[in-house]
Structures are given as structure tokens and as C-alpha cells.
Write a protein that binds this ligand. Structure first.
Ligand SMILES: C[S@@+](CC[C@H](N)C(=O)[O-])C[C@H]1O[C@@H](n2cnc3c(N)ncnc32)[C@H](O)[C@@H]1O
Length: 323
């Protein structure tokens, strides 16, 4: 089944970066993924987090057909380029990956051979100060991966109560720190001193200080908590995992790269079948009968971490669906 060519609605803005260069986004754990998941010619794969297309390109190089998704307009620019180059093999949708199953069906695929989810933000998003993901550069407090989402980080922080902001930070900080930071945020917003990424970074630095012996900037966790809330990342992830599982053929592979423990916990629990064993399968946790026959975890090599610091906290899990 070949992927059909697309109708282009508009000329999309292409990022002014060299597509062939790694400056765009260096995909993490890609080699491990290729070795372990072994994508084969003519297999159908879903790259649910296209970014600037590192995984998609590798799958196309192995002559797979690729259905790619990403909700960021930046990704769309790169994807249209690939659609031109591989009209029969590659198709992109600017959509939330929570709609993965529906999009596969729309394309006429009752099942696929593999799905890959490389979670989080891309290097491209992080390095664009206008997106507000980084606390190292001045930018608007935005953090929406998809600018069609209704609320930016600023909207969230200005619209929420002290209690809600405390709960938001408590995902990544202890209760005392969350309360302190939430109070400081509310005070700053009352004085109109919470407008940019660096305003928030300064508040975090002043309120939380550096943890003893830690090299992690005090704003790292609060920024992560906000990004997760703005994009509802921990809500969409379990939906996408279930959608992926349902659209995989028996023996198909689901590969997920996670970057922090909150998302990795969801992925791990999902593969274990926690609270969600296959219908009709024995509900006996001792037997570990679930949707996946085997699941393996892969970590980056020291060489990969040395050459790509983003890989440091990455974990790849691949599950082979039960036949
Ligand atoms: C780490 S990057 C992927 C990088 C990509 N593998 C590459 O090689 O360039 C994660 C991508 O997933 C996208 N993303 C995150 N959550 C999403 C969601 N719910 N729906 C669609 N795309 C999402 C982000 O916009 C981002 O481009």
C-alpha cells in the first residue's frame, strides 16, 4: 500500500536551517532503535514525533513507508520537504499524536509494523527564544509546542490560583519548595514582573537556590512542570500509547524514547500492562501476560552522551506486540 501524494494547502514557512545538518536536532538513541527494532523495506511505520525528521529519514533510508505526525508548525516545514522527495513513501499530518489510530485508519492502514515516539521538545524548539522553552534566553512565557493550543505558560500562571500553581510545581518539587515558588510567582505577577522566561528563571533562582551539589539550574524543574502543563504531555502520552498498541500488528514494535522519570514511569507502567491487560487475557500480574511479548530497555552509550548531552537522561523502551 503506497502512501498517496498530498495536496498542499499553502506554501509553508521552512526553517532557515540546513536540512542535512545535525544542527537542526540530533536524534537521540536512533542507532540503538535501528539495531533493535530492525525496520525492514516496505514496512509501515508511524513516526509520531517527527520534529525535524531524524527518525523518519532513517526509516525512509531503510525503504519503509512512513506516516509522520507532529503538532508543531516548525516540523511541518521539514516534513513538506520529505513529502516532495518521497511522495509514495512519506505522509505528514500536523496533528496531536493522541489521534494516531484515527489518522492511520484515515490513510487506509488497519495495522502498522511499528510506531516510534521520541518524546519531549526538539532542539529546534528549545533553541528558538520566541517559543519560550529555554530559561537561558529571554523570550515570551509561551511553551506551547502547538501554537493553536489555547493557553500559553503566561496565561496559565496569570489565570491560576495560588493553590493551582502550587499543585503544578509539586509535580517536580517538594511541597515546601512548590509553595515558596508559587507564592513568589503570585507576588511577581501582581507587580507585573513576570513577563519573560528570564523573569521566571530569576524568581526560581532567588526562591529555590541551587540544590547542594547539584549542577541542575533551579529553573529546570519549574520550566519542565510548566511545559508539561501547557502541553498536557502526561495526559496525551497514555492515550497515544494505547492508540499505538491497538494499531500495531502482532509482532509489531512500539519504541518510546523518554527523557524524564515522569514520562518514563508512564511508559514503563504501560508496557507492564498495569491496570490494562489485554481483553480476554488472564488478569494475573504474576504471569505478566499482557499486550507485549517482550520489552527491552536501552540506554545511550557513553560516546553518545559525550557527543550529544541531550542523550544523558534518555531511555528507549521497545515492546514487541504479542502474536
Ligand atoms: C524530541 S522531538 C522529536 C525529534 C525527532 N525524533 C527528530 O529526529 O527530529 C519531539 C517532537 O514531538 C512533538 N510532540 C510532542 N508532543 C506531541 C503531541 N502530543 N502530538 C504531536 N507531536 C508532539 C514535538 O512538537 C517535537 O517536535
Amino acid at each position: 500500500m503506497a502512501l498517496t501524494a498530498v495536496t498542499r494547502k499553502s506554501q509553508l514557512r521552512r526553517p532557515s536551517l540546513d536540512l542535512g545538518e545535525e544542527v537542526v536536532h540530533r536524534p537521540v538513541l536512533l542507532e540503538r532503535f535501528l539495531e533493535a527494532a530492525e525496520p525492514k523495506p516496505e514496512e509501515v511505520w508511524v513516526d509520531a514525533t517527527f520534529g525535524s525528521g531524524g527518525y523518519s529519514r532513517a526509516l525512509l533510508a531503510r525503504q519503509c513507508q512512513v506516516l509522520a505526525l507532529d503538532w508543531d508548525e516548525l516540523a511541518e516545514g521539514f516534513a513538506r520537504e520529505l513529502e516532495e522527495k518521497f511522495p509514495e513513501k512519506f505522509r505528514f499530518f500536523r496533528e496531536n499524536f493522541a489521534r494516531l489510530g484515527e489518522l492511520c485508519r484515515k490513510m487506509g492502514f488497519a495495522w502498522v509494523d511499528g510506531v516510534v515516539l521520541d518524546l519531549g521538545v526538539s532542539g529546534l524548539q528549545l533553541s528558538d527564544p520566541t517559543r519560550g522553552f529555554s530559561f537561558r534566553t529571554v523570550g515570551p512565557l509561551d511553551m506551547r509546542m502547538d501554537r493553536r493550543l489555547p493557553l500559553s505558560a503566561r496565561d496559565l500562571l496569570y489565570g491560576a490560583s495560588l493553590e493551582d500553581i502550587t499543585v503544578l510545581f509539586h509535580r517536580v518539587l517538594d511541597l515546601r519548595e512548590s509553595r515558596k515558588l508559587a507564592r513568589a510567582v503570585v507576588m511577581a505577577r501582581e507587580r507585573g514582573r513576570l513577563q519573560t522566561t528570564t523573569d521566571l528563571a530569576r524568581i526560581a533562582e532567588k526562591t529555590l537556590g541551587w540544590r547542594r551539589g547539584s549542577r541542575i539550574h533551579p529553573a529546570t524543574r519549574p520550566f519542565l512542570a510548566l511545559r508539561l502543563a501547557v502541553n498536557r504531555e502526561l495526559d496525551y502520552l497514555p492515550v497515544a500509547l494505547r492508540e499505538a498498541r491497538d494499531v500495531l500488528r502482532p509482532g509489531g514494535r512500539l519504541a518510546v524514547v523518554a527523557f524524564h522519570s515522569l514520562e518514563d514511569r508512564i511508559v514503563k507502567g504501560f508496557f507492564r500492562g498495569e491496570g490494562d491487560l489485554g481483553e480476554g487475557l488472564p488478569r494475573d500480574p504474576g504471569r505478566k501476560v499482557g499486550w507485549f511479548e517482550r520489552v527491552h530497555r536501552y540506554l545511550p552509550t557513553p560516546e553518545e552522551v559525550a557527543s550529544n548531552p541531550r542523550a544523558r537522561s534518555a531511555r528507549l523502551r521497545i515492546g514487541w506486540k504479542r502474536g
